[in-house]
Write a protein that binds this ligand. Structure first.
Ligand code: GLA
Length: 378
């Protein structure tokens, strides 16, 4: 056999081997690159018994790809992201990452706890957003693969040092992604601190149930189990009010197409360029329960969001503008994906009427969110 033919046969075998490895339930680890300061980062491929695949990197805990079948069994990757680590290092609008120490905004980048004032990084105008300049989305986590009765899992650990981005206390964080055999991506968050601090962790996946790069999400039908939302000011800081969604474009208590009312301008709710608000979920307990349901009428894919959190930030990808080229060279235009970030309410450290985000050394931060995939029955 000639050298080049051997090469070709070799590559074919390699491709077949990779495809096979992906199809088998289990776990695969490969190099994903190096950060600017030389830390090696890996990509972990989790496959469940139905062939659903999640690719997760320990840089920022980013879900790089999530492959699920449509109603005809055709698989597509339903999250926005990049092919290579370099692009995530350059400019990432929080695609697929873990957000921390505090998801969403803290007004003026400051808060007072037990009478002591703290100043945080201001990285969103005058405000603090998503944990600051170098939040949990931009750090390298320690990764431990695991497999248990629920499926295959990746445990990520990070120690956020006292004073990081201005926050008090050493915060030890564990985030575990589990890909279950029920086609769920389950995220369990745990954290402990050695000084009183504030914590609000979330996942910032941008979903498009037609596949990443397949256009916008305006035809997706969304239900949010919330009869109230937190109106915001021009800087997207909650005004403290909990307002009824009734008769407003914020009413998703009954499933509605996202595009139906997205351009309705309403000064009163500072509606702005689209949805980017926190909904206060209707909950009977703190147990894991349904928060939202997203359906693509085109492909029949369904995603349910279950959480133990009191709120969800529905962000309709308003700031995507076509300048980012994503996986497989696909361009991501305005509203190419949407986020359903389960959370405590934005600016809670400054809003005594909101559920508390304070964590003390004798306490434990515990939170779970599940993104569950299925298809519409014919
Ligand atoms: C969150 C914020 C938005 C925006 C996106 C990322 O959803 O609320 O305003 O920052 O993250 O661009």
């Amino acid at each position: 056999m000639s050298r080049s033919l051997t090469g070709v046969v070799g590559s074919i075998l390699l491709v077949v081997a990779c495809a096979d490895a992906d199809a088998k339930p289990g776990f695969r680890q490969s190099a994903f690159g190096k950060t600017a300061d030389g830390a090696a980062v890996d990509l972990y491929t989790l496959t469940n018994s139905n062939g659903m695949v999640a690719r997760i990197t320990n840089f920022g805990g980013i879900v790089v790809a999530l492959e699920t079948p449509d109603r005809d069994g055709k698989t597509a990757d339903v999250v926005l992201g990049f092919d290579a680590l370099d692009a995530y290092l350059k400019s990432n609008p929080y695609f697929g990452c873990i957000v921390g120490r505090y998801g969403n905004r803290i007004a003026g980048g400051r808060f007072t706890l037990d009478g002591k004032a703290y100043t945080l990084a201001r990285n969103n105008g005058a405000n603090h957003l998503h944990g600051g300049v170098k939040g949990f989305d931009k750090v390298v986590w320690n990764a431990k693969p695991r497999s248990d009765a629920n499926g295959v899992a990746l445990e990520l650990n990070y120690l956020s040092k006292d004073g990081e981005e201005g926050y008090p206390g050493n915060l030890a964080v564990t985030v575990t992604y589990t890909l279950t055999d029920d086609n769920e991506l389950r995220i369990d968050y745990l954290a402990t601190t050695d000084k009183p601090t504030v914590v609000n962790l979330t996942h910032h996946g941008y979903f498009n149930l037609d596949g990443a790069g397949a256009g916008d999400i305006l035809d997706h039908v969304l239900m949010i189990k919330a009869s109230r939302f937190t109106p915001v000011d021009k800087g997207l800081i909650p005004t403290s009010e909990l307002r009824d969604v009734k008769d407003t474009p914020m009413d998703f208590t009954k499933p509605a197409a996202i595009g139906a009312r997205i351009d309705a301008q309403d000064e009163q709710i500072a509606f702005g360029p689209g949805y980017d608000h926190n909904w206060a979920l209707d909950r009977e307990s703190d147990d894991l329960s349904l928060a939202a349901r997203l359906v693509s009428p085109k492909t029949g894919r369904v995603m349910e969001v279950l959480t133990t959190e009191p709120g969800v930030q529905f962000y309709s990808g308003n700031f995507l503008d076509g300048t980012l080229t994503g996986k497989n060279g696909k361009m991501y235009g305005k509203r190419a994906g949407l986020c359903l970030e389960t959370q405590h309410f934005p600016d809670s450290p400054n809003q005594p009427s909101f559920p508390s985000t304070v964590l003390r050394p004798d306490g434990k931060y515990k939170s779970t969110t599940v993104y569950k995939f299925s298809v519409l029955k014919p």
